[in-house]
Design a protein around this ligand. Sequence first.
Ligand SMILES: [Zn+2]
Length: 101
Amino acid sequence: MKFCTICKKYYFNCEKHKCPPCWKVFHEEFLGDDFLKIYEYTYDDAAIEYAKNYDTVYELRLLEGEIIIIEIEPFNGGERKKIEISGELEPVYNAKIIKNE
Ligand SMILES: [Zn+2]
């Protein structure tokens, strides 16, 4: 498995790989006048991918309850949408049957 140098996604077959559409993500408090390029299929997915980037830099502030507002538009033009992002941690429990010896 390799990962694409453009969209940073893993792929199995280079010839079949096609990058998802590119989006511009604006977040003034964090990026200033700049924008970040994110490759995803929808506004929501691009926002969530941005959230992961943001939380990596800011040590999981979204997961600790921070809420941020960003703006996203298709890279090649289109509607610019304002999106609120928050996060939460979810406990995970596991169960497995143990065989008697
Ligand atoms: Zn790609």
